[in-house]
Design a protein around this ligand. Sequence first.
Ligand SMILES: Cc1cc2nc3c(=O)[nH]c(=O)nc-3n(C[C@H](O)[C@H](O)[C@H](O)COP(=O)(O)O)c2cc1C
Length: 310
Amino acid sequence: MKKINEILGMKYPIIQGAMANIATGEFAAACSNAGAFGIVAVGGLPPEKFEEEIIKCKKLTDKPFGVNIMLMHPQADDIADIIARNPVAAVTTGAGNPGKYISMWKEKGIFVMPVVASVLLAERMVNAGADAVIAEGTESGGHVGEMTTMALVPQMVDRLDVPVIAAGGIADGRGMAAAYALGACGVQVGTCLLASNECPIHENYKQAVVKAGDNATVVTGRSAHAPVRVLKNKMARKYLQMELKGSDRDELEKLTLGSLRKAVFDGDADNGSLMSGQICGLVKEIRPLAEIFEEMTEGCNKVIDDLQGR
Ligand SMILES: Cc1cc2nc3c(=O)[nH]c(=O)nc-3n(C[C@H](O)[C@H](O)[C@H](O)COP(=O)(O)O)c2cc1C
C-alpha cells in the first residue's frame, strides 16, 4: 500500500486538516514547509478572499499543498471554479456531495479527497470519481458524524478500492500507528495543530486546548442536525441548555453567530466556539509544527518496531 506522502509528494504521511478561519494561506504554507500537506480552508470566506489565500500559499511554499471547500458555502460553484483556475495538488471537500465538480478538478490534475463520516457516503464519492477518502471519526474537532475513527476506518478500507486517510483523535505516533493498523495510508490532524507556534489563533484559544482534559469537549447542534465538537465553556453549556428546552434553529444560530471568529480572533474563551477534538487531553504544550510532525512520524515508527519485537 502506498502511503499518502508517496502519493502527494510530502515528507510525512500527515495532512493538515482544513480549519475555517484558521487554515489561512500562511498557515497551510507553514504546514507544507514543515513536511506535512497544508490545506487552505475556505470556511465562510468570500470567493475572492479565498483565491488571495491560495495565491499567498503558492508564494510562501514550493511544496505541495491543497484546498478545502465546504459545499454548503452559498457560493460553492464560484469556489469550485477558483480551485480549477488555481490548480493545487489536492482538494478536500466537506458538508455535501462534490460530484458535479469532480471531473472539472481532475481534468486539471487535482487529486480529490472528500472528507466522509460513513461508508455509504464514501462509496458515493468513489463512484463519482474521488481519488481517495478521508474517514473522519466523531472524535474530531469541528463538524462531526456519529461513527468513531476506530469503527469507521477498517469498514471503509474493506469496502473501497481507493486509499483511505484516517482523521479524528490522532495526535501522536501511537495514533498514527493505529491508523496504519486499521488499513489507512496516512492521517489528517487538526486539534494537535491548534497548539502550534505557527497557528494563527488567539493565545487564549491555544491555552484552552493545552489545559483541556480528556473529557473537555462536547457536541452541540445535534438537534439542528449540525453537530459540532467544541470545548465545554459558557457558550457551549448555554447552547446545550437551549437545545434541551427545544429552542428552534434560528434561536440557536443567533447564539453561535460569529462564535468561531470570537474564539479565533478575540480569544473570547467564554462566548467563543472553541472547536476542538477529544484528543485535546493529549496536547500538553505549544510547539513548532516541524517538531509535531517529526515526532508523530518517528513515534509511529517506534511503535511499529516495538510491536514487531525489535
Ligand atoms: C478548529 C477546527 C476547525 C475545523 N474546520 C474544518 C473545516 O472548515 N472544514 C473541514 O473539512 N474540516 C474542519 N475541521 C476538521 C479538521 O479538518 C480535521 O479533519 C479534524 O480536526 C481531525 O480530527 P482531530 O481534531 O481529532 O485531529 C476543523 C477542525 C477543527 C479542530
